[in-house]
Design a protein around this ligand. Structure first.
Ligand SMILES: [Fe+2]
Length: 374
């Protein structure tokens, strides 16, 4: 069960904020040492103790639509191969042949089996080693012990979570996650953009609406409110609601019938490094994949309903995508400017204010996770 408010409650809170010219406020502020964005030691600890130990969002389940479909990419520096089996289950493996370690797959696609391009060792979709050419060259080889090395993978609420080194995820819930991506959506676009920015700076950019007017003056601000958000922490995660100006039309709708669709964007921050954002015709999932202390890859999946394959739906998806891209470009420019500002040594800490409660929660949980207490 999630502790998040339902749509009518969120809408009411937003309408009240509009009337009172207020926004949600966190209880306290947070000072994060700037060194934590610059230190290779801190970065290594984040990878080892958090990003490889906790269940981390890897891709939308819809990126693996049928048996044999796979996604291969690095997660926290580890090459991972996620694949849907013939039994419909999603599994994930360390992406390396058990002979001499060649990566078996890259990008995404669909295969009946994974054959190593080096010597042809071949693995089934469940990771089992099926075939070794000229097997007599490996006397005593027990193929049953040389399958792909698995990591824990679960498909939950439309997202595939991978846990590399931590305890496997059990049960049908993960820290109170609500439904995130409806099962009937399809992936329409995947991009991977390397960005010269520490991963935490990129995550922070998604988690507050205090910058809407100044950063997004001609993109988001004309249709959204500045510094007007509903911010909810749940478990290690956050949800931030960014209302559109058209939400005022819901004043005429009975409270119990008020839906969030088309009047606000929910940004779900899935600890530690992913966001799922809802838009009128699309859902966008972004994984901020740390590469080094000052470089990350933004892996972005856009999803929509198959109903939007043509006609008006297609046009709405197209124009909505261009709108979001324009805002995302502005966020990336600011993130790059923050990264460059780190070298100024002007600040010992960054201070996140009461409007930035979701970021405060992120850092609080990250600190606790590094200490082994989250
Ligand atoms: Fe922004």
């Amino acid at each position: 069960m999630t502790s998040l408010s339902d749509d009518p409650s969120v809408v009411q809170r937003i309408l009240d904020h509009i009337d009172r010219r207020t926004t949600d406020l966190g209880e306290s502020t947070w000072r994060e040492p700037v060194e934590h964005y610059r230190s290779p030691e801190r970065f290594a600890a984040e990878l080892a103790r958090v990003l490889r130990r906790y269940p981390t969002p890897f891709c939308p389940a819809a990126a693996l639509p049928g048996p044999g479909s796979y996604v291969a990419r690095s997660a926290a520096g580890t090459p991972i191969l996620a694949v849907r089996g013939n039994d419909g289950r999603v599994r994930a493996f360390r992406n390396a042949c058990r002979h001499r370690g060649t990566q078996l797959a890259s990008g995404s696609g669909c295969e009946k089996a994974f054959m190593c391009r080096f010597h042809g060792w071949t693995y089934d979709l469940d990771g089992g080693l099926r075939h070794v050419p000229h097997e007599h060259g490996f006397p005593g080889l027990d193929k049953s012990t040389r399958g792909l090395v698995p990591v824990d993978a679960v498909e939950l609420h439309g997202v595939v979570f991978v846990t590399q080194d931590g305890p496997p995820v059990r049960g049908a819930s993960l820290d109170g996650l609500p439904p995130l991506i409806p099962p009937d959506l399809e992936v329409i676009r995947t991009t991977a953009l390397e960005t010269p920015v520490n991963w935490k700076i990129l995550v922070e950019g998604f988690l507050e609406g205090y910058h809407i007017r100044s950063t997004h003056a001609e993109t988001f601000y004309p249709v959204q409110f500045d510094n007007l958000n509903v911010v909810e922490a749940f478990g290690r995660h956050n949800r931030v609601a960014f209302p559109y100006r058209n939400i005022n039309k819901l004043r005429a709708v009975p409270p119990a019938e008020r839906s969030a669709t088309g009047v606000l964007t929910y940004v779900y921050h899935l600890f530690p490094n992913a966001m799922v954002a809802t838009f009128p015709t699309t859902i966008v999932m972004v994984v901020v994949e740390p590469l080094t202390v000052d470089r990350s890859t933004l892996v972005t999946y856009a999803l929509t309903s198959p109903r939007n394959r043509d006609g008006n739906g297609r046009a709405a998806v197209q124009s909505g995508g261009e709108f979001v891209d324009a805002g995302a470009l502005e966020d990336r420019e600011v993130a790059c400017a923050i990264q460059q500002g780190l070298a100024s040594r002007a600040n010992e800490f960054f201070e996140f204010g009461r409007f930035e409660a979701a970021i405060c929660h992120f850092h609080r949980v990250l600190h606790a996770a590094l200490e082994g207490n989250a």
